[in-house]
Design a protein around this ligand. Structure first.
Ligand code: AMP
Length: 188
């Protein structure tokens, strides 16, 4: 089963993706994690994307599509994939369709975590204080949120047209969101 966990930054996508990894043995493909790892390693890619990550803007489609392509090949035969933070633009969504089709795979669900914007700002402010993730600082977070609204939110219509979107209330506590996600995945 291959699913996208979808929502704005700070909606809890990573937390829910990790839960699916431990509960169901799925492979989490988080482009944000991959890019942060590249930056931390000081690789050529890391150097190229460092300032973009710091700004909160999106890196180019080519870069993230290549990362996903590589990981799909690496984890061939996995029980399922959870796409976390990918796709974020229409060209990425179209590329994902092609990457999956080339492997005789399909996308089964898009789980959309629905959150309240004020709560999101509060949640991220807290995460910034606790974890000190640079791009959670209030100024950069605004850029990330803007990128979401401009470039990523339109994907809801793209996947709605395919009948793939299931909404989950992301404002509940982590376990309740997890239970709702499980309910969506187990629904035939
Ligand atoms: P995330 O951890 O998913 O919020 O991603 C952190 C940062 O990585 C984003 O603010 C972007 O700069 C970059 N990024 C992650 N995924 C993508 C993507 N699919 N397309 C473009 N940029 C991305």
């Amino acid at each position: 089963m291959n699913i996208i966990i979808f929502g704005p930054p700070g909606a809890g996508k990573g937390t829910q993706a990790q839960k699916l990894v431990s509960d169901r043995g799925f492979v989490q493909l988080s482009t944000g994690d991959m890019l942060r790892a590249a930056k931390a390693s000081g690789s050529e890619l890391g150097k190229k994307v460092a300032s973009i990550l710091e700004s909160g803007a999106l890196v180019s489609d080519d870069i993230v599509i290549a990362l996903i392509d590589e990981q799909l090949t690496k984890h061939k035969g996995a029980a399922g994939f959870i796409f976390d933070g990918f796709p974020r633009t229409l060209p990425q969504a179209q590329a994902l369709d092609a990457l999956l089709a080339a492997r005789d795979m399909t996308l089964d669900r898009v789980i959309r975590l629905v959150v309240d914007q004020d709560a999101l700002l509060e949640r991220i402010g807290k995460r910034f204080e606790e974890q000190g993730r640079a791009d959670d600082n209030p100024e950069t977070f605004k850029v990330r949120l803007e990128a979401y609204h401009q470039q990523t939110a339109p994907l809801v219509a793209f996947y709605d047209d395919k009948g793939l979107v299931c909404e989950v209330n992301g404002m509940q506590d982590i376990d309740a969101v997890g239970a709702a996600v499980a309910g969506v995945l187990d629904f035939e």
